[in-house]
Design a protein. Structure first.
Length: 245
């Protein structure tokens, strides 16, 4: 019953033929191979950007979720089990593992969030393939690639033109903070929040995480965040400054 339903709603399954919407050796191999290929594409995209989770991690996540869904469907068809136990366990496990891969750097920046979410999405993609939803899976992989490869450029473009941003600031001396605040005010920038970073307590530097808002019309129209930070980095008492992503 389940596979007749899938064959009706999935155009690709209907095009491939009856075999693709049933649990049989060819369809199982077909789904596993697709899962491997799709995960390899996502893993390659992450690996090229030097993320820890690459080929092997994404492939293992996709294959395990695909096989879990295949087993769940088999149990539903053969034994009348109404809850996809293995698929639910896979999703929970991947959510925990990917959540643990999110790290906070000494500069209070979140690292690995996109990759951890991509791993979870890969698990869902594997479940979709295991269930025989080929068309949905193809649409999903295309949108995931667009999200990971193309949207970051748009995201950077929009962030660089936002009136609000955060910086990591290292001053050579604590007494220079007032000079830095005065310089910001002259430029037309307001400090919304400022926090001292304890990770650098013994470094000899005064380190801060600062939230800024631009209210100067000239800066809003003509200056990017990178240009503002470049100008601030030229101050003699600034040891290091960068925008927090």
């Amino acid at each position: 019953m389940l596979y007749r339903f899938i064959a009706v709603i999935d155009p690709l399954a209907r095009l491939l033929g009856h075999w693709s919407s049933e649990i049989n050796f060819p369809s199982i191999i077909f789904r596993i191979v697709l899962s491997f290929l799709f995960a390899a594409i996502l893993g390659y995209e992450r690996a090229t950007k030097r993320h820890a989770a690459g080929f092997r991690t994404f492939i293992l996540v996709a294959l395990s979720s695909t096989i879990a869904m295949l087993l769940d469907v088999f149990f539903v068809e053969s034994y009348g089990i109404t809850f996809p136990i293995l698929s639910a366990a896979i999703l929970i496990s991947i959510a925990i593992l990917s959540g643990n891969s999110v790290l906070y750097s000494s500069r209070s920046q979140i690292k690995g969030l996109t990759t951890s979410v991509a791993l979870w999405a890969t698990a869902v993609l594997g479940l979709s393939l295991g269930a025989g939803f080929y068309t949905v899976s193809i649409v999903c992989i295309v949108l995931l690639i667009i999200s990971l490869s193309l949207l970051p450029k748009l995201e950077i473009y929009l962030k660089d033109r936002s009136n609000h941003f955060e910086i990591h600031l290292e001053l050579k001396n604590k007494s220079n903070l007032q000079d830095f605040v005065t310089t910001l005010r002259k430029l037309g920038i307001v400090i919304d929040d400022i926090e001292s970073n304890p990770a650098y307590a013994n470094s000899g530097l005064s380190v801060y995480t600062i939230s800024l808002s631009i209210y100067s019309k000239e800066l809003k129209q003509y200056k990017k965040h990178s240009e503002i930070i470049e100008a601030l980095s030229s101050l003699e008492y600034v040891n290091f400054i960068e925008e927090m992503k």
